[in-house]
Design a protein around this ligand. Sequence first.
Ligand SMILES: CCCCCCCCCC(=O)SCCNC(=O)CCNC(=O)[C@H](O)C(C)(C)COP(=O)(O)OP(=O)(O)OC[C@H]1O[C@@H](n2cnc3c(N)ncnc32)[C@H](O)[C@@H]1OP(=O)(O)O
Ligand SMILES: Nc1ncnc2c1ncn2[C@@H]1O[C@H](COP(=O)(O)OP(=O)(O)OP(=O)(O)O)[C@@H](O)[C@H]1O
Ligand SMILES: O=C(O)CCC(=O)C(=O)O
Ligand SMILES: [Fe+2]
Ligand SMILES: [Mg+2]
Length: 333
Amino acid sequence: QKMSRAAERLRLLITHLDRPPAAIAGASSGALSSHSTAAPYTFGNNLLTPEQRLFYEENGFLLIKNLVSEEDIDRFRREFERICRQEIKVPGLVVMRDVAIAKSEFVPDQKAVSKLQDFQEDPELFRYCSLPEILKYVECFIGPNIMAMHTMLINKPPDAGKKTSRHPMHQDLHYFPFRPADRIVCAWTAMEKVSRQNGCLVVLPGSHKGTLQEHDYPEWEGGVNKMYHGVRGYDPQHPRVHLEMEKGDTVFFHPLLIHGSGMNQTQGFRKAISCHYASGDCYYIDVKGTTQENIEKEVKEIAARKYAVGDEITLKDTWAVRGRLVQGARISM
Ligand SMILES: CCCCCCCCCC(=O)SCCNC(=O)CCNC(=O)[C@H](O)C(C)(C)COP(=O)(O)OP(=O)(O)OC[C@H]1O[C@@H](n2cnc3c(N)ncnc32)[C@H](O)[C@@H]1OP(=O)(O)O
Ligand SMILES: Nc1ncnc2c1ncn2[C@@H]1O[C@H](COP(=O)(O)OP(=O)(O)OP(=O)(O)O)[C@@H](O)[C@H]1O
Ligand SMILES: O=C(O)CCC(=O)C(=O)O
Ligand SMILES: [Fe+2]
Ligand SMILES: [Mg+2]
């Protein structure tokens, strides 16, 4: 059987450079034995081809075409519309409007919704996070114990003329007070065709090999959405890849991968659904004294305003209540 060059390279890496992996508290040795220092970002469990595995190792993302069915996506869309029409109320759900719309006169229209966050209490939308076709890939990246930590349905609006529909380049780990980074992965599924025109994801391949960078609001004339921090000193010359996708295509990416999205220059609302997963044996960290202090402050301010809670609520608490086990064991999360 003929192997591609990439596959051959990965095989060599694994057979010759393999050393026992660093221990992760509570992890089953069975799962970790196929996870090596030569291929630190993936588990070999016979789902990913060697080419796919090497691609994720080197680039920090992997696009799987046609993974989620049309039927499921249409159901998510109908549920989203019911939520927008306020036909159902979902505990914990955050409904976000684009800053350009939020700061103008109030429009009581479903079209004002740019993002739903934290839909873990909506059984219909949360089905996305438990889809077997998604979980089998997630397991390749973070192992068999899987927590759904953060859920979003993004309804990127047509740009209102101020470029506020852009999402600045960022690393999702900036928002997460848990580790290790290599046991976290995002699944992001296009709910319709996404293109450069309607603001597809833009990624900096290989940036997952770097460290967590300082994040801040970018200095954008037209304003920036609440909590949309970007990597400080983003270099627009850096080689980037636009991920154009069809309905149902799904990209899995590492939480250190620098990514964002351009403005939506169409009249349609560009829809995607996503979930961030972490291994059940991840652990929480204290972000005091780290670059993540600024986001902790904002999260606490919003929590205090919304739920009238004080400083006794930690960033860790806000995540521990959102997390849901979807496979295996909840060990330390
Ligand atoms: C917890 C961290 C999330 C983890 C993310 C993992 C990686 C993902 C990376 C990201 O997605 S980063 C962005 C994460 N986004 C959020 O967490 C959502 C943040 N947004 C919210 O929580 C709410 O939309 C917000 C509290 C900002 C507003 O909701 P409200 O229901 O309070 O809105 P309301 O209409 O009552 O407006 C209150 C104030 O917020 C302002 N506002 C509303 N939407 C805004 C917006 N989009 N940007 C800026 N300001 C906004 C609004 O103008 C008004 O300002 P004033 O008090 O000055 O009048
Ligand atoms: N100063 C900045 N800080 C962080 N991210 C930025 C900054 N400027 C632009 N970006 C982000 O870079 C990405 C690319 O944006 P840009 O508008 O240049 O291109 P695009 O819309 O993707 O493509 P096109 O070139 O077709 O417009 C987007 O995610 C955008 O939000
Ligand atoms: O524009 C998008 O859909 C991606 C947004 C994103 O990266 C995020 O919310 O973390
Ligand atoms: Fe992101
Ligand atoms: Mg652009």
